[in-house]
Design a protein around this ligand. Structure first.
Ligand code: DON
Length: 572
C-alpha cells in the first residue's frame, strides 16, 4: 500500500504523454514513430517536425529546417553560405547535392597575398575578399525541385514568420552581440549592427524578442521566386552593389551564374554496413571511408570504447587519411584526376594497415611541416538529420565557415555573408608554422569550390538507411563523424551515448592529438602517450546531430549533441 502513490505517478507518466514528449536526457535518445528532425536549434527542429507531420518528406523538412536555422541560428544557419546534402531513400535511392560556395570570377590564385607573398590583413578570413559566392539557396531549391513534396512556399513560411515576428534570443549569441557593439561604427559592419542590436545599438538579453525585418523580406523574395529570388533581382543587386562599393569581388554575374550540382555520393562498406557520404569538394566522405577501411581489420570492440588502444588505432587511421586529404583532394571540376577509387578501396587500406603497429605511434612525415601548429577550428557550421515516415533519410551540413562567417550583413538584405574563401590553400606551394597547407588541388581559381571537411553521412544496411549523422567543427568534423559511427557499430552504443562520448582529433600535421578536456581519464592519456603520441587538451569537439532507424521495431531514435547550446531532437 505504501507504494500506491508511486505506482499512480508511474502510470500517469507512462500513459499521459505521447511518445514525442520523451525528451532527450543525456544518454537517453528521443524516440519517435513517424518522423524526426535533429538540429542545432530547438525552433528549427520543431519547424522540421511540423513539416513532416503535414505530409512533407525528409527533403521538405530538411529544407524548411535549414531556412529556419538561417533565422534562429545565425552563427551557422544561413542563406549566405553553402553546404552539402546527402539523401538515402527507404527504397535504396541515393543522391547528393553540392551547394558549396564558389570563388568569384575575379578571384585569383594569389588574391590574398601582399608583395612579400604573405597573407595580407588576414584577408582570406576577414573582409569582403573572404566571401565566396553563396550556394545554400540554390542547393535547397534544387533538392526541393527534384525531390520535394510540399509546395516550396510552405517551406519558407515558418522562417519568414520567425524573422518577422521574432523569437527569444538565447545566451548563445552573447559574445557575438558584444563584438558587434564594439564594431558598430565600422562601415563594413553597420548593417550587422542594424540587424543584430536593439535599435542598432543595444545588446539583446537572453529571453528578449529579436526580429529581423530585412531578412524576412529576403526570404519572401526566395519564397516567391525560388532560387532566382536570391541570385537575380533585388537581393543579387544588394550584394553586388555592396561588394562594388567596398572592394569586394562578387558581381551580379557571379550570382546569376551560380548553380548547385547533384552528385553521386561516395560509398564504402564497414563491417557489413554501407557508408554513403559526400564526395569532393567535400573531403569528408573519402577520408571517412578511408579511415573505416583501415580500422576494419582491427578489433575495436575488444580494444574497448575510449581505451588508449582504441584511440591509438583511431589516430593511426586519422593520420593516414588526413595526409591523403591534403595531398589529393579539391574541387573535382578543377581536379578531374583525383584518385578517389583508390583512396576508398580496401586494397589501398590494406597497404596502409601494414604500416600500423598495434602499440606504437607512427610519425607523420613532417619534412616540410615540422613546426606546424593546429589552426583554430570553431564549431560553427551546423548539421541537420531528418527521417520521415517512410524511412527516407536526409543528412545536411551547411556553413558560413567561421562563427557568423565574415560577420558582414548585406545592407538591406539582413543576412550574413560567409568567409568560406578561407578554406582554399592561400599561399601556393607554401606550408608554414601556423599549419597552412599549400598543395595544388585546393588553390584558388575563378569559379572553383574550396575544399570542405563537412561530412554529412548516411549509414545503410541491406539497402535501407539506419543512421543519419553529421557535425560542425572544421577539420575535426570527419573525425567526429568517424567516432560516432565506430561507437555505434563497434561499441554498440545507442545514438545518444555515441554522440556524448568524448572525442579525439588528429589531422596528420601537426603530429599531435587533441583530447576533449575533462572527457578522457589521465590514466588513459598516460597509456596513450606511452605509445609515442603527443596530446594536448582543448574544449568541446563538434556538435553531432543524429538519428538511428530501428526498422525491426519501426522506431526512430535521435539525439542532439549536448555540446550544442540550443540543439534538439523533435519527433512524433
Ligand atoms: O567546410 C568546411 O570544412 C569548413 N568551412 C567548416 C567550418 C566549420 O565547421 C566551422 N569551423 N571551423
Amino acid at each position: 500500500m505504501q507504494n500506491y502513490p508511486k505506482l499512480l505517478i508511474c502510470l500517469f507518466l507512462t500513459f499521459s504523454f505521447p511518445m514525442s514528449n520523451f525528451a532527450q536526457s543525456g544518454r537517453i535518445p528521443v524516440r519517435a514513430e513517424n518522423g524526426m528532425v535533429v538540429s542545432s536549434h530547438y525552433l528549427a527542429s520543431k519547424v522540421g517536425e511540423e513539416i513532416l507531420s503535414k505530409g512533407g518528406n525528409a527533403i521538405d523538412a530538411g529544407v524548411a529546417t535549414a531556412f529556419t536555422l538561417a533565422v534562429t541560428l545565425p552563427s551557422a544557419g544561413n542563406i549566405g553560405g553553402g553546404g552539402f546534402l546527402v539523401y538515402h531513400g527507404a527504397n535504396g535511392d541515393k543522391t547528393a547535392f553540392n551547394f558549396r560556395e564558389k570563388a568569384p570570377l575575379k578571384a585569383s590564385v594569389d588574391m590574398f597575398l601582399d608583395e612579400d607573398g604573405q597573407i595580407k590583413d588576414n584577408s582570406n578570413h576577414e573582409g569582403l575578399l573572404s566571401v565566396g559566392v553563396p550556394g545554400t539557396v540554390a542547393g535547397l531549391y534544387k533538392a526541393h525541385q527534384k525531390m520535394g513534396n510540399l509546395p516550396w512556399e510552405e517551406l519558407l513560411e515558418p522562417a519568414i514568420n520567425l524573422a518577422e515576428n521574432g523569437f527569444e534570443s538565447t545566451y548563445n549569441m552573447n559574445w557575438f552581440l558584444k563584438w558587434v557593439k564594439e564594431h558598430h561604427d565600422d562601415e563594413l559592419y553597420a548593417a550587422t549592427a542594424k540587424a543584430f542590436l536593439k535599435n542598432g545599438e543595444e545588446i539583446y538579453k537572453p529571453g528578449e524578442t529579436w526580429k529581423q525585418p530585412d531578412l524576412a523580406k529576403s526570404l519572401k523574395r526566395i519564397q516567391q521566386n525560388g532560387a532566382d529570388g536570391f541570385y537575380k533581382g533585388k537581393t543579387a543587386k544588394l550584394i553586388a552593389d555592396f561588394m562594388k562599393e567596398h572592394g569586394g569581388l562578387i558581381t551580379e554575374k557571379d550570382l546569376a551564374n551560380y548553380e548547385a550540382e547533384e552528385l553521386a555520393p561516395v560509398t564504402g562498406t564497414y563491417r557489413g554496413y554501407e557508408v554513403v557520404a559526400m564526395p569532393p569538394p567535400s573531403s569528408g566522405g573519402v577520408a571517412l571511408i578511408e579511415m573505416l577501411n583501415i580500422l576494419e581489420v582491427f578489433d575495436l570492440e575488444e580494444a574497448g570504447a575510449n581505451s588508449a588502444k582504441s584511440y591509438h588505432l583511431l589516430t593511426e587511421a586519422m593520420r593516414r587519411a588526413y595526409a591523403d586529404r591534403a595531398l589529393y583532394l579539391g574541387d573535382p571540376n578543377f581536379n578531374p584526376k583525383m584518385p578517389l577509387e583508390k583512396l576508398t578501396s580496401k586494397e589501398y587500406a590494406k597497404k596502409l594497415q601494414e604500416g600500423i603497429q598495434i602499440d606504437r605511434a607512427s610519425k607523420s612525415d613532417s619534412a616540410n611541416f615540422n613546426k606546424a601548429h593546429l589552426r583554430y577550428e570553431s564549431p560553427q557550421t551546423t548539421h541537420i538529420s531528418v527521417v520521415d515516415k517512410e524511412g527516407n533519410a536526409v543528412s545536411l551540413t551547411y556553413t558560413l565557415e567561421r562563427s557568423y562567417g565574415s560577420k558582414i550583413v548585406v545592407p538591406g538584405a539582413g543576412f550574413l555573408l560567409n568567409n568560406e574563401m578561407g578554406d582554399f590553400n592561400p599561399i601556393p606551394g607554401h606550408t608554414d608554422t601556423k599549419g597552412l597547407i599549400g598543395t595544388k588541388p585546393n588553390l584558388v581559381a575563378p569559379g572553383k569550390r574550396m575544399l570542405s571537411s563537412m561530412t554529412p553521412t548516411i549509414i545503410a544496411k541491406e539497402g535501407k538507411p539506419v543512421l543519419a549523422i553529421g557535425s560542425p567543427g572544421g577539420r575535426t568534423i570527419i573525425n567526429t563523424v568517424l567516432q560516432v559511427v565506430v561507437n555505434m557499430i563497434d561499441h554498440k552504443m545507442n545514438i545518444a551515448k555515441a554522440i556524448e562520448s568524448p572525442r579525439i582529433h588528429h589531422q596528420w600535421l601537426p603530429d599531435r592529438t587533441r583530447f576533449e578536456d575533462f572527457g578522457i581519464s589521465p590514466d588513459t592519456k598516460k597509456l596513450y602517450e606511452q605509445m609515442g603520441h603527443e596530446v594536448y587538451e582543448a574544449g568541446s569537439q563538434g556538435q553531432a546531430m543524429g538519428i538511428y532507424i530501428d526498422w525491426e521495431n519501426d522506431l526512430l531514435y535521435g539525439a542532439a549533441d549536448s555540446r550544442s547550446y540550443d540543439g534538439k531532437a523533435e519527433g512524433f
